[in-house]
Ligand binder design. Sequence first.
Ligand code: XUL
Ligand code: MN
Length: 344
Amino acid sequence: MSQFKFSVGPWNVHTGADSYGPATRSEIDLETKFAKFAELGFSAVQFHDDDAVPGLNNMTEEEIKAHARQVKALLDKYNLKAEFVAPRLWMDPHTQDGGYMSTSQEDREFAMWRSYRSIDIAKELGTDLIVLWLAREGTLCAESKNPTWATRQLIDAINKMLEYDDQIRICIEPKPNEPIDRSICGTMGHVMAVSAATIDPKRVGGNLESAHAILAGLDPANEIGFAMAFGKLFTVHLNDQNSIRYDQDKSFGVENLRAAFNQVKVLVENHYGDKGEYVGLDVKAMRTTSDADSYEHLKNSLEVFRALEEKVARYDYDYANKLIAARKFEQLEMYTMNLIMGLV
Ligand code: XUL
Ligand code: MN
């Protein structure tokens, strides 16, 4: 049994299409995904605004809320909660050059409209958390944006969301690149600085995704620990990533088990989950996976997380602290390796 509650998004069960080829698996409807998420042991679902309310651009505010209420009823049916809603500011023609930092005022207004609607949807789904994955908030052409102006645009946009609703919490999911070339807010350090500059810093935190930290050349466990030092790790997206390549969203721990162990260890040591935080997975099945195995990567990630949780529970802190005091780091390293390998 795990001490944590887990969450996952509908996009984590997908058709396998990538930039170079078509779908390799069939579409699965939302209710079927909910049923399977519950069966696998997930407690909550993460949403983009249009995962919850498809086609919201062409709906009135009341129609959007009414549709969100139907999704809430479906969640209730499977005893699932909604964890967060994230405005999808990267698929629409209006977000070609980003949202809050777009060079077009009309597009910036569209980004705010989607953000306000995401807050409305979140409230109907019973969550106070908005995630901002800043997909295109940066530059494709370095000279196209003044980074100082762009950073202030982000702070202003967040302030407007905080003013729109006095309960909502905003959680930035930083990523250093992809699909844009250079992000404006690419790491957890950036997120903490932006948070501090808003009108209500305690309502603005971060979502650390393992793969995004690795893409930035940083250690995911240290990024988690950094945000937790400020009490601002509102959620996590655990997964894995083979070095600095395209964003892979591999199953948790499959590339670097020691780094995965240290992510679980830092979460446990700092009482992640005590304020109701979920352990979110943001993992994708391989393109070669069959329809029948559409959920295997979720099962595998949960299994790896729980196995590492057991390893952390068995971690001999007295022994480790003695080694640390004597600066016997070779022995400390090997103790950790032996624990992970199942040799102690
Ligand atoms: C993209 C990514 C997104 C966000 C949600 O890299 O991680 O799926 O987690 O918008
Ligand atoms: Mn993510």
